[in-house]
Design a protein around this ligand. Structure first.
Ligand SMILES: Nc1ncnc2c1ncn2[C@@H]1O[C@H](COP(=O)(O)OP(=O)(O)OP(=O)(O)O)[C@@H](O)[C@H]1O
Length: 238
């Protein structure tokens, strides 16, 4: 990767001292298809503190992606609550969830959270357009520089390699200077060196006070985490 500068300023609006960045309290989520019912989440509770990196692991189908969607407010749990920086996110109208998400959550999805017809600068601007005027907006070029992509600011996602895409997705996830980052397999298809670069960037954010929850199968990501929890059949294993 090109020389990477560091964007490690403490994210604005961090949760007050002692307040968890994220709390999930007894989350339930069912999927119904005809007569079949899948219990994807069965009473999942977790707490994430500012400056903490939590890895969520578990076999395929154990509920990891469902959990992440509920934590991000992209999906509604059937029961239980999600609280972000003291604000209840679950069981709120979508516009309220969207507002909380825009302000408090950086989302890094397997699909790389990039719109294909927008260049990298425009993808970052799009995330920032949902923010209130007073909310800090890291400059797009600084974000891209921090992930070693300053020279690709005008590129479309399809013009990037897999590793570059992963880093571009990370720049977009950092664009709202959020206090919580939720990441689904952020290093899934990366070679060892690029995985390490992405992990280093994420760890820098955590060191600056951001709370990071990462769904992963990677031993390297697990080793980098402060804590690891395992899901099986929609439940946190003791
Ligand atoms: N939209 C859906 N409709 C019906 N069932 C679903 C739906 N999405 C997920 N499921 C089911 O819910 C369970 C949990 O799925 P989820 O995708 O959360 O697991 P996961 O741990 O993320 O799996 P993977 O590691 O393979 O991505 C699985 O049994 C899955 O088949």
């Amino acid at each position: 990767m090109a020389s990477a500068t560091t964007v490690t300023a403490r994210p604005q609006g961090l949760a007050p001292e002692g307040q968890p960045a994220l709390v999930a309290d007894r989350l339930y989520r069912f999927y119904r298809a005809g007569d079949d019912e899948t219990l994807a989440l069965q009473g999942v509770s977790l707490t994430l503190q500012p400056g903490e990196m939590l890895a969520v692991v578990g076999p395929s189908g154990s509920g990891k992606s469902t959990l992440l969607s509920c934590l991000a407010g992209l999906d509604e749990p059937a029961g239980g609550t999600v609280t972000i920086a003291g604000h209840r996110l679950s069981h709120q109208p979508e516009p309220v969830r969207a507002g909380l998400r825009a302000k408090h959550i950086g989302i890094l999805l397997q699909s790389r959270n990039l719109l294909p017809h927008l260049n990298l600068t425009a993808n970052i601007s799009l995330v920032q357009s949902a923010l209130r005027r007073s909310h800090p907006r890291p400059a797009a070029l600084d974000l891209l520089e921090s992930v070693g992509l300053a020279d690709r600011a005008q590129s479309l996602p399809r013009q990037l390699s897999g590793g570059e895409l992963a880093r571009a997705g990370l720049a977009v996830a950092l664009a709202n200077d959020a206090q919580v980052i939720l990441a689904d397999e952020p290093t899934g298809e990366l070679d060892g060196e690029t995985e390490q670069q992405v992990l280093d960037l994420l760890r820098q954010r955590v060191a600056a006070g951001t709370a990071l929850l990462v769904v992963t199968h990677s031993a390297e990501v697990m080793a980098a985490a402060d804590r690891v929890i395992t899901l099986a059949d929609g439940k946190v294993q003791a």
